[in-house]
Every structure is written in structure tokens, then in C-alpha cells.
Design a protein around this ligand. Structure first.
Ligand code: ADP
Length: 400
């Protein structure tokens, strides 16, 4: 079966068509600037690229453009829409409702809608993507895969916040965690890679990309994670501040006469590596600036490294020890210098890196621990699209 993966944002739609017989990507693309004066579709297949620039009024038109590109006689990869057996949608916030992926039904849509207050930017866009696909391909089954679902196995001691219980019962205020599809993919891949059973395996997985989160995993299940009710909590990220005293928000609002929404926008979009370094949210540019002696860029990297190290320490305590520390996503897979700095000084935990080997590894699966290390230090490239496609295939096949 060929499965189409859709990740709809407020003004964009990312897609990927995967042939599940070989688990290979046939084509992928991005429709961007939906609803703006001039939109753009970039379609990639077989090492080639095709671009359309025109005004794209809404997600339905974006979806139609995606299907036109996929079925185009020249640059398409399927003859007709009927070859697409199912669509898997990435959905940000499943709230407390979803512990796993589900076939999209009216009830599922209603629940995604109900969780809009928890994911005000993403959930409406994800719903728009679901509704647009249904309009354009009404007979194709659809599956929703939630970024939060993997984390629903956390115990209350990990997911509750120390605010009055009423906020939890009435407003669902709790830690949800994100990047669940990525953490689940890596947690599933590690025992395969090591040739061991997942039972009893304690993993600390560091997903370090534009957005970053760390997850403590025991026997394949999440027991704690760094992101919270939104993806703002935890590590400092490309543009997000990560955890800090909430009184910082009140203090700045009062001093600068801005409201909490404006301040949270600053915390989400202008902080982190970008806000500290003043250079960029992109780790490569921040690292290059630090290399040239930019002190702010160096502080930004130091803060990120220290933040990761603190979580590894904390999660080793949560898990009563650790068997695997893994790195994934753009920074985790590619930035050998950062990985080396993170792992330096963890020998007391039994984690000893092979620094020479680590320095050579970029974007491929590898064990970079020293032979006498008790803890395996791994690089496992994530593949969220494949994880979504596998769930989609499994659910659609089971429903037949
Ligand atoms: P997203 O969270 O948007 O999926 P990615 O997982 O692609 O992001 O991660 C993007 C981050 O990875 C950026 O900060 C980028 O600079 C960083 N990155 C990519 N390649 C490298 C590299 N070779 N060295 C250092 N950082 C890198």
C-alpha cells in the first residue's frame, strides 16, 4: 500500500508519499504561504524538484495541488489518486483523550477540536488538513497520529504540575509532552539495533532539533519527558526559552507594559539560541559564530549543553539508572561536537564515549560508546514520517 503522510500547519502543508512494501519515500513536498498573496509548492521526487508559484487560498486548494503534483504525468509518482491507500495526519495535541493513533472518525475530529485550547496554533491547522483531504479524496481512509500519545504512559508524579488540583480536573492542566512519534520510533529502533529485548531497557532519548525534548523510557514506555502542556517547557531550543521561573513573564510584562500573550510569543519565537546569541536559531550558524569568538553564541551553546546534561542526570535518577543514552534529530544526529560536550563527565554514570568515533558520525545509526562503557551511547536518526505511515497502514489494514 502507498500511504500519504500529511503535516498541516497554519499556512503550510508538508507531505510525503511512502510505498509501504519497501518503506521507501516516493515523493515529498511542501506547500507554503497558504492564504498569503503568493503561495508556493515544492515537489521533490527521484532527486528532482518541481516548483509552482501561485496564490493558494486555503488548505483545500493546497491539498488539490499536492494531489495534482503526485499524479502529474511528468513529475508525479502515481497514476491516479486511487493508488493512495490511506492518509496519515500528524496532529499536535491529543490532550488526555488519545494514548495511540486512531482512524479519523467524526468523534476523533470532535476531540481534536475540543483540544484546540491546548494547541491553539497547531490543532486548527491539523484539522484543516484532515478536512481538506476528506473533501478532495473522500473515499480514502485517514489516520490521526498524535505528538502527545506516546507520553500518556507517564505516571501522575511526572505529569502533574504543582498547582491546585482544580486546574487539572477542570482545565486539563498537566504535562503532555511532544515529539512522541519521534521518541517512540527511536525507542522501538534501539532494541532492534542492539539486538536485545525492550523489556527492562532504560533509555534517555535526546531529540535535539529546532524544537528539542528529552524522554525517559523504560521497557519501551515513556515515564517522563521535558516538554509540558505546550512544547515551550524543558530545554532551551532554536527560538523557545525552555523552562524558567514563571515570574519572569510577570516581571517583564509589568516592566515593559506588554500582555502575557505578547510575552509568550517572545518566549516561543524570539528566545532560545536566537535570543541568547542574537545570531540565529540555527545551530550551525550559532556554532560558526562561537567559533569566530562571538561570546553570546558561546553562552547559548553552553546553556543548551548544560540543559541537556541536567536532564540526563535527572532522568538517570527517574529510571534508577540508564542503559542507553541516544541522540536524534538535526542537532543530535549531526552535531558531533555538541554530543561530545554533553557526554563529557558522565563516566561516573558508566557512560564513556568513544570521542574519535563520535567525531566521524553524522546522520547515521551508530554506537559511539567506548568498549568498556556500561551505558550504550547511540545515534539513531529519527523517522517520524515512517512511524506515522506504519501506524496508518496497521490501523487501515486492521479495519478492513
Ligand atoms: P525540526 O525540529 O524542525 O525537525 P531538525 O530536526 O531538522 O528540525 O533540526 C534542525 C536543527 O539541526 C538546526 O538547528 C540545524 O542547525 C541543526 N543541524 C542540522 N545539521 C547540522 C550539523 N551538521 N551540525 C550542527 N547542527 C545541525
Amino acid at each position: 500500500m502507498k500511504v500519504l503522510i500529511v503535516n498541516a500547519g497554519s499556512s503550510s502543508l508538508k507531505y510525503q508519499l511512502i510505498d509501504m512494501d519497501t518503506e521507501s519515500t516516493l515523493a515529498k513536498g511542501l506547500v507554503e504561504k497558504i492564504g498569503l498573496d503568493m503561495g508556493k509548492l515544492t515537489h521533490k521526487w527521484d532527486g528532482k524538484q518541481f516548483v509552482v508559484e501561485k496564490k493558494i487560498d486555503n488548505h483545500v486548494i493546497a491539498t488539490q495541488m499536492m494531489l495534482d503534483a503526485l499524479t502529474d504525468p511528468e513529475h508525479g509518482v502515481v497514476k491516479s489518486m486511487d493508488e493512495i491507500g490511506a492518509v496519515g495526519h500528524r496532529v499536535l495535541h491529543g490532550g488526555p483523550n488519545f494514548t495511540e493513533s486512531v482512524i479519523v472518525t467524526p468523534e476523533v475530529e470532535a476531540a481534536i477540536e475540543e483540544n484546540i485550547p491546548l494547541g491553539p496554533l497547531h490543532n486548527p491547522a491539523n484539522l484543516a488538513g484532515i478536512r481538506a483531504c476528506r473533501e478532495v479524496m473522500p473515499n480514502t481512509p485517514m489516520v490521526a497520529v498524535f505528538d502527545t500519545a506516546f507520553h500518556m504512559t507517564m505516571p501522575p508524579k511526572a505529569y502533574r504540575y504543582g498547582v491546585p488540583k482544580d486546574y487539572y480536573t477542570r482545565l486539563k492542566v498537566r504535562r503532555y509532552g511532544f515529539h512522541g512519534t519521534s521518541h517512540r520510533y527511536v525507542a522501538g529502533r534501539i532494541p532492534e539495533f542492539l539486538g536485545v529485548k525492550p523489556e527492562g531497557l532504560r533509555i534517555i532519548n535526546c531529540h535535539l532539533g529546532n524544537g528539542s525534548s528529552i524522554c525517559a523510557i523504560n521497557s519501551g514506555k515513556c515515564v517522563d519527558t521535558s516538554m509540558g502542556i505546550t512544547p515551550l517547557e524543558g530545554l532551551m531550543m532554536g527560538t523557545r526559552c525552555g523552562s524558567m521561573d514563571p515570574a519572569v513573564v510577570q516581571y517583564i510584562c509589568n516592566r515593559d507594559h506588554i500582555d502575557v500573550n505578547e510575552m509568550l510569543n517572545i518566549c516561543n519565537k524570539k528566545s532560545g539560541l536566537l535570543g541568547i546569541s542574537g545570531v540565529s536559531s540555527d545551530m550551525r550558524e550559532v556554532a560558526a559564530a562561537a567559533e569566530q569568538g562571538n561570546e553570546d553564541a558561546q553562552i547559548a551553546i553552553d546553556m543548551l549543553v548544560e540543559g541537556i546534561r541536567k536532564y540526563i542526570g535527572a532522568y538517570a535518577a527517574v529510571l534508577h539508572g540508564v542503559d542507553v543514552i541516544s541522540f536524534t534529530a538535526g542537532i543530535g544526529e549531526n552535531d558531533a561536537a555538541l554530543r561530545a560536550r554533553v557526554m563529557t563527565g558522565f563516566e561516573f554514570l558508566g557512560a564513556k564515549m568513544d570521542y574519535e568515533k563520535n567525531a566521524k558520525i553524522r546522520g547515521v545509526e551508530a554506537d559511539v560508546s567506548a568498549p568498556d562503557s556500561k551505558v550504550r551511547i547511540l545515534i539513531i536518526p529519527t523517522n517520524e514520517e515512517l512511524a506515522i505511515a506504519r501506524d496508518t497502514l496497521a490501523l487501515v489494514t486492521a479495519a478492513k
